[in-house]
Design a protein around this ligand. Sequence first.
Ligand SMILES: [Cu+2]
Length: 510
Amino acid sequence: MLVRQNVWELGGDWADPILWYARAVGALRPKPLNDRTSWRFWAGMHGYHQGLWEFYGYKAPAEQVPAQADFDEFWQQCQHGSWYFLPWHRGYLIGFEKLIRSTVVTLGGPPDWTLPYWNYFKPGQDGLPPAFGSPDWPDGTGNNPLFIEQRWGPGDPSQPGKVFVPLDAVNLDAMDVHEFTGVASGGDRGFGGIDTGFEHGGTKHGDIESQPHDQVHGLVGGEKMFPEASTRPLPGLMSSPVTAGLDPIFWLHHANIDRLWQSWRQGDSQNTDPEEASWKKGPASLGQHKFVVPLPDGSPWEYTPEQMSDFAGVGYTYSDFSPAGAPLAAVAGRTATSSGAVAMARSTGATVEVLGANAQSLPVAGKGAETSVQLDARTHTKVAARLAAGPAPGARAEQVFLNLENVRGYSDATVLQVYLQFAGKDGAPSFERQVGSIGLFGITKATESDTGHAGDGLSYALNITKPYSEFAGSGNADPAKVGVRLQAVAPVQQSADVSVGRISIVRQGD
Ligand SMILES: [Cu+2]
């Protein structure tokens, strides 16, 4: 059995699996764009953007993209904002790992090469693995193919390409959500996402996709700012789905997300993959695009979510399934009933009701933005009573969500920490809680209208049940106004035109 290992624990910055990965990447990079086994062909299967690829030197203007038949069959397949997010990426990783392994063997390396994973949550491992942040090979010669200059996330500006994941911007809250499939209407998005057809760029991301997947993309890729106020920021490769597959770290990040999927399934008997035929058989069963990647010999391999869901049959495992690799510090926004037990969230068929919303579209620039949501007093009283009583036997747990709807703009790397400010009655001091963070990975694509997409932007749902319970149970809560503060991890440029169309608070329950 092939075992995918923790990249930080392979036995050195340039341990053999990393060195062979670098050699394979170096061998696949110069291959023609239209070769099904080239580095760039594989990145194009995730997403493609002619302008950015040419600007960054991944495509010469005269170079031909794959012939139409190959382009249509293989390219631009990545599933985001969909319950296919996890299974599509699992098959994509399996195919990629086979290609790298066969390339490693051709170069004289080990026949059991496996893709390592990067678990940024594990203490001391939040930094980009050193081999990826060094312009040089271990012998000091340059041109290390694992090094990418266009990583503009947090780090030491004197060492471009070497970044870290700030742990206060990421969390594993999704691991406590028991339902795979979520709701699109403002409640829980589910661990794995909402029920869609083939969805290359959906606007409502599932819980594990939103966090930590999207955040890590934007935090590693970052963006380059320009002094001219009118110039839009440039996304780092990892910051946008149309360039992410070009960065060799992409695959180690996705191996970690893939690991978390299996870790979730092992974590609780309630955590199961969808049973619907439309999920199991994939979009091909709906008459839509199939999931297909080339094998190392170039022949197509079609796969279904059902095959990907059978973990015993996928041909690999992981060295460790603990989500963080160590106990995690408690996080503020968790789902909890008044008794402190984790609420069981049955999303399907639940009632979703709006408690209140802010008045108008909110521009986000510089350090962030603030607004407030006025709550309907009667609905608030009902929610407060249900949260205090806890769920009746067999009933759904009452849950509360903060929705950030129709977020638009041109800054895929932006990460916003989200805070709620609750006011007390009669001038009692307000208290503030961080309730999560959102990463705008995919926002440019979601903002531009194209065939099949209206340019509605991305929409997020954060579970605020715990802080809301605290607020509602405080005895002198003033529901007239709940403050919402968005704090940017890195300043948001004016030219990026980031805005939140509407911010609402909704309840979900019976
Ligand atoms: Cu990704």
